[in-house]
Write a protein that binds this ligand. Structure first.
Ligand SMILES: NC(=O)c1ccc[n+]([C@@H]2O[C@H](COP(=O)([O-])OP(=O)(O)OC[C@H]3O[C@@H](n4cnc5c(N)ncnc54)[C@H](OP(=O)(O)O)[C@@H]3O)[C@@H](O)[C@H]2O)c1
Length: 162
């Protein structure tokens, strides 16, 4: 799908999270996420919604995917990834923002990946799908050195489907 992107922060072994939490607190990555997704639609799984502070992300169209017969407050709730893609078909760009289940299900449909590659390994129970070199071209790769607020070196990468 031309306008479908995914955005994630991952460790060197594709780690995504542990016990329904992010790997670490990186203010610079939260700022990067906000800059890239603001003004756009974001699509997330039920568990990622649960990991947020129980309200939609501001200045974004929040779409939550669940198999349960529930509606999420102040969000658009859908029950399949096809329905999510249908909702965003007229957006200029829409972002799958996790978690692991959503990245796996949407991976075949994504055209662009915004990956924060954190230069460390982590204890994790969920992982991002493998990014295969023969399927993706790295088009942007910006190195950011750790500092007093961000305790890991990282790369902000953009990959486009070949
Ligand atoms: N590093 C990052 O950038 C990043 C970003 C986001 C999240 N995360 C991490 O990822 C982890 C959460 O990932 P997760 O895989 O457990 O949860 P998730 O992808 O956020 O949500 C999974 C939920 O999606 C629903 N679902 C599953 N299959 C479906 C299908 N075929 N169609 C429609 N809905 C379906 C189910 O909800 P129901 O049970 O309600 O049916 C399921 O519980 C956490 O550790 C979080 O911190 C990391």
């Amino acid at each position: 799908m031309e306008n479908l992107s995914m955005i994630a922060a991952i460790g060197i072994n594709y780690e995504l999270g542990y016990q329904n939490q992010l790997l670490c607190h990186l203010p610079i990555d939260l700022k990067h996420f906000k800059e890239i997704t603001s003004g756009h639609a974001v699509i997330m799984g039920d568990r990622t919604w649960e990991s947020l502070p129980k309200r939609p992300l501001p200045n974004r169209r929040n779409i939550v995917v669940t198999l349960d017969d529930v509606e999420f407050p102040d969000c658009e709730t859908v029950h399949s990834i096809e329905d999510a893609m249908d909702l965003v078909k007229d957006e200029d760009e829409a972002f799958v923002m996790g978690g692991a289940t959503m990245y796996r299900l949407f991976m075949p449909f994504a055209r662009k990946l915004y990956i924060t590659r954190i230069m460390s390994d982590f204890t994790a129970d969920v992982f991002f799908p493998t990014i295969k070199d023969d399927e993706w071209s790295l088009v942007d790769d910006v190195y950011v050195r750790k500092d007093e607020k961000n305790m890991y070196n990282l790369f902000f990468q953009i990959l486009i489907r070949k």
